[in-house]
Unconditional design. Structure first.
Length: 147
């Protein structure tokens, strides 16, 4: 585990082939920062879902429009920032996937999942696009225990 903060920035085409890379990088950062395996998996999945949304809904899978990803990790938390260049959206307008009329739909659970996996979810409109900021705090360590 490293004591100093880690910061990684990437600019990736809006192509699904890059999703494994984004997920693998953030999981590696989480491991280096001392997150337990279950926390690493939560972080990886939240990042993947955020990147999928940026590529698919923000940039409409146009490979000429990159997503920008920033990962900042420390022993206390990981902050993941994902930016797209789309037209933006209102997060409050996304249908609740737990309502009976949406429960059988094959998509529409990404934001719900992200909210369950991380501690903070923030959206910032940009021109163009949307910035999504995800924060996962590392649980406090018991005296003498490791994560």
């Amino acid at each position: 585990m490293f004591e100093e903060p880690i910061r990684i920035s990437m600019s990736l085409p809006s192509r699904p082939e890059y999703l494994d890379l984004v997920q693998d990088v953030v999981v590696s950062v989480a491991r280096l920062c001392g997150f337990a395996e279950d926390g690493q998996m939560d972080i990886g999945l939240a990042m993947r879902e955020g990147a999928v949304n940026a590529m698919k809904h923000g940039n409409k899978l146009d490979p000429r429009l990159p997503i920008e990803v920033e990962i900042t990790g420390s022993i206390e938390r990981i902050t993941m920032t994902i930016r797209d260049r789309g037209t933006g959206f209102d997060p409050a307008s996304v249908p609740d996937p737990t309502l009976p009329e949406n429960i059988l739909k094959s998509s529409g659970r990404g934001l719900f999942l992200i909210h369950t996996l991380v501690d903070e979810v923030r959206f910032h409109p940009r021109s163009p696009g949307t910035e999504l900021v995800l924060v996962k705090r590392r649980p406090a360590l018991a005296a003498g225990a490791s994560a």
